[in-house]
Design a protein around this ligand. Structure first.
Ligand SMILES: [Zn+2]
Length: 239
């Protein structure tokens, strides 16, 4: 074929090179499009879509109630906005929520900061439910509160007048549990109760320490002989 004979060799090479570049470019473009469509996003974005309820995000929830409520809803639970409370110079709260749908029923309506509600849901779902099955062989049907989350008062058992996290609805007091068969387990009696009650109550206390900043049980002092106190203060205590 004479016709190929007259095409200068450099020209053929250039043509081939151009085709290779074009094919390579198209392939790279397709790869980028594919990565944008289905590729794994950076870790932070992965946390946001779909909104996930994770212990690691609780700190961010303290300052972003919208993200907190969305994460709770995304995990299948529900909160309702609670009216702000102004109560003197040292007490009250803003942007609190009522936990209207949690992993368990509660003995009374529960209004807390959204971050505390999120921590509570995580504790119920990931600690209380498996601990009940493991140590008691049945589910918890109701969590019994040992008083309202909000209370304008100093920290119990201290004389320095520092205000409790309850004064800003950033704390929860758990008095006990009702089981599926109707049995009640109170912190006060169960702490030194049967081996399974003792194991269950210590498991839910220990598991709370990974979700809340401060966890106080009957082991801590007499002021907590009848309830577990959880809060999200800047301090860390697990006792
Ligand atoms: Zn308390």
């Amino acid at each position: 074929m004479r016709i190929f004979g007259i095409i200068p060799p450099p020209s053929r090479e250039e043509h081939l090179r151009a085709r290779i570049w074009a094919a390579g470019g198209l392939a790279a473009l397709a790869l980028i499009m594919l990565m944008l469509l289905i590729g794994s996003p950076p870790p932070e974005e992965a946390d946001l879509a779909p909104p996930a309820l994770r212990t690691a995000r609780l700190a961010a929830f303290q300052s972003d109630v919208g993200a907190c409520r969305a994460a709770i809803a995304g995990a299948g639970y529900a909160t309702a906005p609670a009216p702000d409370v102004r109560d003197g110079r040292r007490c009250g709260y803003e942007n609190a929520v009522e936990l209207t749908q949690s992993a368990h029923a509660y003995s009374a309506p529960l209004v807390t900061t959204c971050a505390a509600a999120a921590a509570l849901i995580l504790w119920e779902r990931d600690v209380v439910a498996p601990a009940a099955e493991r140590h008691l062989g049945q589910a918890v049907s109701r969590i019994v509160l040992a008083g309202p989350a909000y209370s304008c008062r100093p920290i119990a058992g201290r004389g320095d007048g520092r205000m409790s996290e309850h004064a800003s609805a950033n704390a929860v007091d758990i008095g006990g549990f009702t089981l599926a068969d109707g049995t009640s387990i109170s912190v006060e009696r169960g702490w030194r109760g049967t081996p399974s009650e003792r194991a269950f109550l210590r498991a839910v206390r220990d598991g709370a320490c990974d979700r809340f900043a401060v966890v106080l049980s009957p082991d801590y002092n007499r002021a907590h002989r009848d309830h577990l106190h959880f809060d999200l203060s800047p301090y860390e205590v697990c006792d």
